[in-house]
Design a protein around this ligand. Structure first.
Ligand code: S3P
Length: 444
């Protein structure tokens, strides 16, 4: 693919249905890891075809687990909880995926040998201390210089259950501890700031291991009883709301348009963005809601919005909208009044420094912003914003969400956009460019 794309025209009004957006990335990674630890065959339908998933799959195959990718489904043949084969000098490459690196580290808690884990240049910048520390408590050994990748991890025969407090609202940290807890005989207790709960739902409804979840206002108290094998299972993976999010914002910002996106995971722990957009004046609604293995799946109906209100975004939404924050900044830039987002320290710890990038892109398109310390942003919205200049997006560590955000901005706010590294979409949403073009967008 060419190294940059040019967007020169706004998208025309459309009335469309998207029947199939790629399978949820968080659920796809969890499916692969858990099925590789199950006894026997597991099957997933609609597994994401994103690079993060391919990288996870390649890592798991190195432990002798057979994974077959067929046209309609993916088949994993697990050898049980303690069934990984540990050859000498195994080296894993998690590519761009923080979730893969952190969750795979956890399931190496019983590895008798040192395993090397690395990732691409973006992943090598990300903090691993957050999982190194709890995994050490379980008994793992690490060889690491700065708590970043690459590192070496070795497990132990004597895995101890732990008590763990998760204060960032990070589902990756919570899930890493829960996965290691599967191997620890006895009860591991977690007290976690709320975050996406797919791992809890997998434990309860797919692999059926003993788990207790007590929810209070701010924290979830989770107890996992480890040391128990589980059987293979099947899973129909719903569409990814973090991918659908780009089309939701494209539609609300476009004129005279409406869109139905079918079969999306609308788990309450993932729909912060929809709640925020509805507070800002959209009328996004859910239809055909069904429960599936504890997840909520449904269709999303969305229409153009004429006027947006600004928002003082409650922090309680942060974790459930963390991957969609840049889109919310974009909507805030044309809202009436000043929007404020706080408590977003984690945003600068993603695939790129997304808080910094948000500020940079809004500044470039003439929207006034004010940074709030290291964790927030004030956006002075301008409902009459019309872009006429050329805007270049480069050196953004190929962060897939920055690329897709820039495309949406170019298609709705105007101007000429030159955006580097279109192949960054492979990380999470390989069909993104094709789908926007199907709605009528011109991307050269
Ligand atoms: C994810 C959790 C979030 C999210 C990431 C996927 C997961 O990260 O940003 O894209 O699948 O658990 P954190 O746990 O670091 O917040």
């Amino acid at each position: 693919m060419r190294n940059s794309v040019v967007i020169n025209n706004k998208i025309k009004p459309y009335i469309k249905i998207i029947k199939n957006i790629a399978g949820d990335k968080s659920i796809s990674i969890r499916f692969l890891i858990l099925s590789s630890l199950a006894h026997g065959k597991s099957i997933a339908y609609n597994l994401s075809n994103a690079q993060d998933i391919i990288d996870t799959l390649k890592c798991i195959r190195k432990f002798g687990v057979k994974i077959k990718i067929k046209k309609e489904f993916c088949e994993v043949h697990g050898n049980g909880l303690f069934g990984y084969e540990y050859k000498n000098n195994i080296s894993l490459n998690a590519g761009n995926s923080g979730t893969a690196a952190r969750l795979l580290s956890a399931v190496l808690i019983n590895s008798p040998k040192f395993i090397r884990i690395t990732g691409d240049s973006s992943l090598q910048k990300r903090d691993m201390k957050r999982i190194v520390e709890p995994l050490k408590e379980f008994g793992a050994l690490f060889k690491t210089k700065k708590n970043t990748l690459p590192f070496l991890i070795k497990g132990t025969k004597f895995i101890r259950p732990i008590n763990y407090k998760e204060m960032r609202g990070s589902a990756q940290c919570k899930s890493a501890v829960m996965l290691a807890a599967l191997f620890a005989p006895g009860k591991t207790n977690l007290k976690c700031v709320k975050s996406r709960n797919h791992t809890e739902l997998f434990f309860k409804n797919a692999i059926k291991v003993p788990i207790k979840v007590n929810k209070s206002n701010k924290f979830d108290l989770i107890q996992v009883e480890g040391g128990k094998n589980f059987k293979g299972f099947s899973y129909h993976i719903p569409g990814d709301i973090s991918s659908a999010a780009f089309f939701i914002v494209l539609t609300i910002l476009n004129k005279k348009s409406s869109l139905i996106i079918k079969n999306i995971n609308i788990n309450p722990s993932r729909i912060g963005m929809i709640k925020i957009l509805n507070l800002m004046g959209s009328k996004i609604s859910f239809h055909n809601k069904k429960k599936y293995k504890g997840e909520v799946v449904g269709d999303i109906h969305v229409k153009s919005v004429k006027k947006f209100k600004s928002i003082n975004c409650p922090k309680k939404f942060n974790s459930s909208a963390i991957d969609e924050m840049l889109l919310l900044f974009l909507v805030s830039s044309i809202a009436k009044g000043t929007s404020t987002f706080r408590g977003l320290e984690e945003l600068n710890k993603k695939e790129s420094k997304r808080l910094d990038w948000g500020i940079k892109i809004l500044k470039m398109i003439g929207v006034k912003t004010k940074r709030i310390s290291n964790h927030g942003i004030k956006i002075y919205g301008n409902p009459n914003l019309q872009l006429k200049k050329t805007y270049r997006i480069r050196s953004y560590l190929k962060d897939h969400r920055i690329y897709m955000l820039s495309v949406i901005a170019g298609l709705t706010l105007g101007g000429r956009w030159v955006i580097n590294d279109p192949d960054s979409i492979k990380t999470s949403f390989p069909s993104f460019n094709k789908l926007v073009m199907k709605l009528g967008a011109k991307i050269n």
